[in-house]
Design a protein around this ligand. Structure first.
Ligand code: SF4
Length: 339
């Protein structure tokens, strides 16, 4: 076996949305060359025995001929079949009567849909008018095809008060009972999300744990793991460890529309760039991948968590974070501000 199994996710088609919480960061929807997919796989083929190829890293199936595209993704993969996830395009679900049948055929039994509150707020967060209505339509289309919708909800200080109404809407629409009728399970869950990419800009309105409406607590993802920033600060201010993301059993690489290459550790910003497939030699790019040798990781190895939180944390802040999200927030803040 040459190296670890590799997953390549290429931004071939882009995304119809511009979500305020997008952890990848907003990028233009570019049109890559017609044979870019094969060319990219061929670059890595000499170095990896197993490659799973995905023609998307933002909106799945956001290309008109998604059936042929899926077959091509499978053909381009090497000694691997790319898995389907509980992800799909709600943009397409709301427009394309054939799409849900396709999802069912490829074994998708649950699809996650993301809300940010009621209509006006969800449209504002997704970045386009009509998004909330499309999410409701997508929910109905999925149910009609015996696919369980799963409503993911992001909470911040500016939308927290309307989330109980969203929870009540799931009951008005009888979503749990309608999923049970075909043997499925409806899930509704709330969380603050990470704090990188576009989400990083939402730090000023990040939720304070004590402000989470009580009715939402049973639906909160990892509620007990959520701590105020000031508690993390106290815990870590003398911590000598380092925050260094690392590939374990496999490697996932993101390819942007301009051929820039990234790990899947956090947002796709310059300090996390491995290089560019068109302008850097592939043997050097693979070396950087295998040795995890990029500017952000070099800096991460040379600063302790205690130094990170002392420089970039707020000892008075009540904003709520899970451990890994706060560590990545600190590292990215350090990279942006001091590195
Ligand atoms: S979060 Fe997903 S759907 Fe929203 S802009 Fe980012 S890639 Fe697109």
């Amino acid at each position: 076996m040459k190296n670890k199994p590799l997953t390549l996710a290429v931004d071939l088609y882009g995304c119809p949305n511009r979500c305020l919480h997008c952890w990848l960061s907003h990028m233009p929807n570019r049109t890559m060359e017609p044979d870019a997919d094969r060319w990219i796989v061929d670059q890595f083929r000499p170095y990896f025995d197993q490659i799973s190829f995905f023609s998307w890293l933002r909106e799945p199936d956001f290309c008109p001929d998604y059936r042929a595209r899926w077959e091509r993704d499978k053909r381009l993969s090497v000694n691997a079949v790319p898995p389907r996830f509980e992800l799909a395009s709600f943009w397409r679900l709301a427009r394309d009567p054939e799409y849900a049948s396709f999802l069912k055929e490829v074994g998708v039994n649950c699809v996650q849909l993301t809300f940010f509150g009621m209509e006006e707020t969800t449209d504002r967060y997704v970045g386009r008018a009509g998004a909330f209505q499309e999410l409701l339509k997508a929910t109905e289309v999925l149910l009609a095809h015996a696919i369980s919708p799963r409503w993911q909800v992001f909470i911040n200080e500016d939308n927290k008060d309307e989330l109980p109404a969203l929870l009540r809407l799931t009951q008005t629409l009888r979503l749990p009972a309608r999923c049970e009728a075909f043997g499925g399970t409806f899930r509704f869950f709330v969380h603050p999300g990470s704090c990188d990419g576009e989400n990083r800009k939402l730090y000023p309105i990040r939720i304070i744990k004590a402000h989470i409406p009580e009715i939402l607590i049973p639906y909160f993802l990892n509620y007990d793991a959520l701590l105020p920033e000031k508690e993390w600060y106290e815990k870590w201010k003398k911590d000598p460890s380092h925050v260094v993301p690392h590939n374990t059993d496999s490697i996932v690489l993101y390819v942007a529309g301009n051929y820039d290459l990234f790990f899947n550790f956090t947002h796709m910003r310059p300090e996390w760039r491995i290089g560019n497939l068109k302008t850097d030699p592939i043997n050097e790019l693979v070396r950087r991948v295998m040795e995890e040798d990029i500017p952000a990781l070099r800096i991460a190895r040379n600063i302790t968590l205690g130094e990170l939180v002392s420089r970039c944390g707020d000892p008075l802040s009540e904003r709520a974070f899970e451990k890994e999200d706060y560590q990545m927030y600190l590292l990215n803040r350090h990279l942006e501000t001091f590195a």
